[in-house]
Ligand binder design. Structure first.
Ligand SMILES: [Zn+2]
Ligand SMILES: [Zn+2]
Length: 144
């Protein structure tokens, strides 16, 4: 019995981990929606496994989205772009500047562990989307 339960827990943890890896900084709800397409899982189980994976150092929380806690499989220090239109969070391909940390330590007297930068803007996908033309708004469905 206990072994079965263990196996089930491991399987669920793997599913949650995979969903974090496949998604783009997904939030708990998105992870749940993704897994629930094919498996039976509860939102509570997703939250619990996210916590465990975080404790184990497999994933980290991203705080680049002010509205949602998102998760990242990348544990190296890197920066993010938060799109203010779609709300997605992307990795920013810029090197981590540890000189900032040293300088901040010198200036503040703090022991600095890391810094994070979130660039705010509009992602490439949203920029490509044309703004809605005047008069093209959908009216009430025909025949009503
Ligand atoms: Zn966007
Ligand atoms: Zn990231």
């Amino acid at each position: 019995m206990a072994e079965n339960l263990n196996r089930r827990n491991t399987r669920q943890r793997e599913l949650v981990f995979e969903a974090v890896c496949c998604g783009n900084h997904p939030a708990a709800r998105e992870i749940f929606d993704q897994i629930a397409k094919t498996e039976r899982i509860s939102l509570g189980t997703v939250y619990r496994n996210l916590m465990i994976l975080e404790e184990e150092g497999e994933i980290v929380q991203v705080k680049s989205d002010p509205e949602l806690v998102r998760y990242d499989r990348r544990r190296d220090l890197h920066h993010h772009l938060h799109c203010k239109i779609c709300g997605r969070v992307y990795d920013m391909p810029l090197p981590y500047n540890s000189g900032f940390d040293r300088e901040a330590a010198k200036k503040s007297g703090y022991r600095i562990e890391r810094h994070s930068i979130t660039f705010e803007g509009i992602c490439a996908a949203c920029m490509q989307e044309k703004p809605p033309k005047k008069g093209s708004q959908k009216g009430p469905p025909k025949g009503s």
